[in-house]
Design a protein around this ligand. Structure first.
Ligand code: 5AD
Ligand code: SF4
Length: 434
């Protein structure tokens, strides 16, 4: 979501006549869009500010995002910054920058109920795979997590607004849209759920692929599960964080699902879409996690067989219930558990990639690779696919997967680029079924 927010802030400032530069020394304004989820991300902001101020140039510095929201005026006390703007207030960036340029205080961490989106400029040019925020905030209050405090309560953007922005993204060059939200599958508008929205977006000609992230297990409605069977354009990939495989720890985390309810949910998804690629998030070293709890996480990993996943050491966040819990786990123990978990996840990712050798699928070409003539795109299962051949960025190309590595696969182009994914995709599904 910070990528999406960053694009939007760049668009707002472009409307003010600013152009983007890769050279921080040449910049009049540097916007640091920040993350508060773990301590390391937060501390990075201060080292980045220090580095920027060390250079000869003296740009205006704006701190945006969740660190701005959480720390507010404290940032101005700790570092020399000119603007502090929270994730729900960045539509006011031009005004804040103007105030800062006049030497006035410029801090806005309001969370207005009327969403910022109505105040943002239209989308003009985007990458073939574009993000679209449809939902923000979280009411789940997992005991380790700052998101409910920094992004605020769960809010859905309205149906018409989302459909209009999706059409604008397609007009601006998007072939694939990833719908974003901290709890994207909690999206609703007057009783209509995410699957209804996906069905409507699938009717947009020129939009070939739809994805969504991140989902909460408890908001995984039957309609959304069935959308994975019924809507061709919805890609066979599901990122569904589980965090731990131990019921005791899940309870302490306030996750409101169990190991078993999570696994049964995945069974239901796999029943309608056998080739679905599964991803997740894991935390090791939550307060009180024993070796036996951690063993449960490893056995859950074995049971699922993820195509990819993210794993983190628990990081105590100020103001969250878990930060004050007894039995904080020692750093060395966390390090060692993270290593074992990542070894298991890497093993499964490599196995997933290896199993896709021989598959045929469409790949959306997203960027140039390092080798001459090489392009990198994504398979329906969100694998990075390296191809050498006659294709351009933004093409959907029919590819046969020929080799697999730990983090990506290699393919050869089977046909010239074409506009419609549906036919090829149907064939790919038949191939997989066979
Ligand atoms: N410490 C470590 N990881 C965290 N996450 C959220 N809060 C914390 C924390 N305090 C992880 C969760 C979540 C992902 C976005 O970040 O796994 O799903
Ligand atoms: Fe944080 Fe996700 Fe839990 Fe919400 S559901 S509190 S965003 S981990």
């Amino acid at each position: 979501m910070n990528v999406y927010d960053g694009e939007r802030m760049a668009e707002i400032m472009a409307d003010q006549g600013l152009t983007a530069t890769d050279d921080a020394n040449a910049a009049d304004l540097v916007v640091l869009n920040t993350c508060h989820i773990r301590e390391k991300a937060t501390e990075k902001v201060y080292s980045d500010i220090g580095r920027l101020r060390k250079h000869g140039a003296d740009p205006l510095i704006a701190v945006a995002g969740c660190v701005a929201q959480a720390e507010g005026a404290e940032i101005v006390r700790r570092a020399k910054v000119d603007v502090v703007v929270g994730p729900q207030a960045y539509h006011n960036l031009p005004d804040l920058v103007a105030r800062a340029a006049r030497g006035e205080a410029a801090l806005d961490t309001d969370m207005p109920v009327d969403l910022k989106f109505g105040h943002l400029p239209p989308r003009r040019r985007v990458a073939p795979s574009a993000f679209l925020t449809v939902q923000e905030g979280c009411d789940k209050f997992c005991t380790y997590c700052v998101v409910p405090y920094t992004r605020g309560a769960e809010v859905s953007r309205g149906w018409v607004q989302v459909v209009d922005e999706a059409k604008a993204l397609v007009d601006a060059g998007a072939k694939e849209i990833t719908l974003l939200g901290q709890n994207v599958n909690a999206w609703d508008d007057d009783g209509r759920g995410l699957h209804d929205l996906i069905a409507a977006l699938a009717d947009i000609a020129g939009l070939h692929r739809i994805r969504y992230t991140t989902s909460h297990p408890n908001d995984m409605a039957q309609g959304l599960i069935e959308a994975h069977r019924d809507i061709e354009k919805l890609m066979p990939f599901l990122h569904l964080p589980v965090q731990s495989g131990s019921d005791r720890i899940l309870k302490a985390m306030n996750r409101s699902h169990t190991r078993d309810s999570y696994l049964r949910l995945l069974d239901r998804v796999r029943a309608v879409r056998p080739d679905i690629a599964l991803s997740g998030d894991f935390i090791v070293g939550f307060p009180g996690e024993t070796e036996a709890d951690f063993a449960e996480t490893l056995s859950l990993v074995d049971a699922v067989g993820h195509s990819q996943a993210f794993s983190f050491k628990y990081s105590p966040r100020p103001g969250t219930p878990a930060a004050g819990m007894a039995d904080q786990v020692a750093a060395e123990v966390m390090d060692e558990r993270l290593q074992r978990l990542q070894a298991a996840l890497n093993r499964d990712q490599a196995a997933f990639n290896a199993a896709s050798v021989g598959r045929r699928c469409t790949v959306l070409m997203e960027r140039k690779g390092k080798l001459p003539g090489q392009l990198i795109g994504k398979s329906p299962w969100l694998q990075s696919v390296h191809v050498i051949g006659e294709a351009a960025i933004g093409d959907l190309v029919d590819v046969g997967i020929t080799a697999a590595g730990p983090n990506s696969v290699t393919g050869t182009i089977l046909e010239q680029p074409h506009g419609s994914e549906d036919e090829v995709f149907k064939r790919a599904r038949l191939d997989v079924a066979a």
